[in-house]
Write a protein that binds this ligand. Structure first.
Ligand code: CP
Length: 307
């Protein structure tokens, strides 16, 4: 593939190749081996129109550990404040020799538009409420490394599905890889047609407690207050009571089950601190795995050192 814009871009063979390549990159991502020369002479631009901690830093670390040059473009301090368009910004970056552009943008579909304007590869690092495919890949990698497989896993994706690009990309990718996804949350935060629109086998439940005993992976989603109309914003206490992952709910899961969260977390709302910090939580591991997975994506898109 030339671009990574959506979880739907990946068939099972390509997704598995990325996960297997990420496993090979893990010793470099974990700093046991310092660097690989694979992308020497290539330039990766991080074009972030929205805030990010994990994704931006891990793409930067991934590119550097493959010996690529990295340009970090942040909207603050750029000519975007003077009204420069995404297209003109992209063409400027291309003129500076970008081989890959990693973009995060508040508008759903912005990476797809960018892919029409630049010659290099485009990686979607999160567009509006639409998709975040490398997050889904690192989540799948984490599940596979903790539980040994993806096919047949029961995965509950819990919370603010409506605003979650993480949920959308995970539904697409996990379905491709044979996991069974159940979306769980309040009716106001689960789009009615999401199952049919994304992956027909996806289940929907409004009762978290009913789903827990048969779940292998609980993926908690951040309640995205910044994208919500205040008229249906739930109180933190009420939300936590119905849909928060707390110690009592953790004990209702099968013994082998894991708890995930893409971060950043609202501690005390969708996830209690005792769960976030428990050995069943993979939250820190997901961040580490994100570097390996993003190394694999950049390596496979940019074709290694000889292209
Ligand atoms: N999970 C995730 O996308 O985190 P950031 O917003 O910090 O990049």
């Amino acid at each position: 593939i030339r671009h990574l814009l959506s979880g739907a871009d990946l068939d099972a063979a390509t997704a598995t190749l990325i996960l297997d390549t990420a496993a090979e990159m893990a010793s470099v991502a974990g700093r046991e081996v310092k660097k690989l020369p694979a992308l020497r002479g290539r330039t990766v631009v991080n074009l972030f129109y929205e805030d990010s901690t994990r994704t931006r830093i891990s793409f930067e670390a991934a590119a550097k550990r493959l010996s690529a040059d990295v340009i970090n473009f942040s909207v603050k301090g750029s000519s975007v404040s003077k009204g420069e368009s995404l297209k003109d910004t992209a063409l400027t970056l291309q003129a500076m020799g970008a081989d890959a552009v990693v973009i995060r943008h508040p508008a759903s579909g912005a990476p797809h538009r960018l892919a029409n304007w630049v010659d290099g590869s485009v990686v979607n690092a999160g567009d509006g409420t639409h998709e975040h495919p490398t997050q889904a890949l690192l989540d799948a990698y984490t599940m596979r490394s903790r539980l040994g497989r993806l096919a047949g896993l029961q995965v509950a994706v819990v919370g603010d599905v409506l605003h979650s690009r993480v949920a959308r990309s995970n539904v697409l990718l996990l379905s491709t890889l044979g996991a069974k996804v159940t979306l769980v949350g309040p009716p106001t935060l689960i789009p009615v047609d999401i199952s049919a629109a994304l992956a027909p086998g996806t289940q929907v439940s409004y009762d978290l407690d009913a789903v827990l005993p048969t779940t292998d992976v609980v993926m908690m989603l951040r309640v995205q207050r910044e994208r919500m109309d205040t008229s249906y914003f739930p109180s933190a206490r009420e939300y936590a009571r119905r849909y928060g992952m707390d110690g009592a709910r953790l004990r209702r899961l099968p013994e082998h089950a894991i708890v995930m969260h893409p971060g950043p977390m609202n501690r005390g709302m969708e996830i209690a601190p005792e769960v976030a910090d428990s050995p069943r939580s993979t939250i820190v591991e997901q961040v580490t795995n994100g570097v390996s997975v993003r190394m694999a994506v950049l390596y496979l898109l940019l074709g290694g050192k000889n292209q």
